[in-house]
Design a protein around this ligand. Structure first.
Ligand SMILES: NC(=O)c1ccc[n+]([C@@H]2O[C@H](COP(=O)([O-])OP(=O)(O)OC[C@H]3O[C@@H](n4cnc5c(N)ncnc54)[C@H](O)[C@@H]3O)[C@@H](O)[C@H]2O)c1
Length: 198
């Protein structure tokens, strides 16, 4: 095991947006550390492909999948209930789902992503997935972690743009992920008041 000091054998980590670029890296690191992972994302096809790729290197029995839209509280609660019914307790929540378009070449993105042109619907989508989604998942899975007294970990993934001001015209990623920072500080404290962390 590469990270012996971080042995997570017996722990379960649920990752949102797990089929994306960084989601796969989080999953690989957690599997490497011995955890079981629950990969969640928007589509069955993407999740199947992700599970198959990770299964080539790691124990397939430690890779679970669930379609979960982080913007829909009923869907999140449904996944949590299904996992509970299967006897799966989520010990680690990785809030990673995001709208993070990849730019290839000059597609006019620099111009449309400028603050003065940035589309409101795109702003709302980014906030809904990246910020509200983290809040909703923390509400459901964080509450469950504190309810049984065993505690857990909530990891919110943000961009480095949340801690420094880039020399770039696009403020959306920066604003959205910066908003995750106070959420990261406050949500675990609220849970920790009721439980001991491990
Ligand atoms: N890519 C980078 O270089 C980089 C660097 C630093 C930080 N980050 C941060 O890492 C996080 C993930 O970025 P990424 O580049 O892996 O993005 P990505 O676009 O590759 O993956 C995001 C995943 O989220 C999923 N998703 C979108 N809407 C969803 C919803 N409503 N419910 C559930 N899942 C949904 C997508 O299907 C996708 O699989 C972001 O917060 C980003 O700011 C990325």
């Amino acid at each position: 095991m590469a990270f012996e000091k971080f042995d997570l054998t017996g722990k379960v980590a649920l990752i949102t947006g797990a089929a994306g670029l960084l989601g796969m890296e989080h999953a690989a690191a957690l599997l490497e550390s011995g955890a079981t992972v629950v990969l969640t994302d928007m589509s069955t096809a993407a999740l199947d492909a992700a599970a198959q790729r990770l299964g080539e290197q790691y124990d397939r029995a430690r890779i679970l999948t669930a379609v979960m839209d982080v913007s829909d509280p009923a869907v999140i609660e449904g996944v949590a209930q299904k996992l509970r019914d299967q006897g799966v307790r989520v010990d680690i929540l990785v809030n990673n789902a995001a709208i993070d378009p990849k730019v290839k070449g000059d597609q006019g993105v620099m111009e449309t992503s400028r603050l003065e042109h940035f589309p409101l619907d795109q702003w709302n989508l980014q906030v809904t997935v990246g910020l509200t989604g983290a809040f909703l998942c923390s509400q459901v899975f964080g509450s469950a972690m504190s309810r049984d007294g065993k505690g857990g970990v909530i990891l919110n993934i943000a961009s480095d743009l949340s801690v420094f001001a880039p020399d770039a015209p696009d403020s959306s990623t920066s604003s959205m992920t910066t908003s995750c920072v106070p959420h990261t500080r406050c949500a675990p404290m609220a849970c920790l008041r009721r439980t001991n962390s491990w």
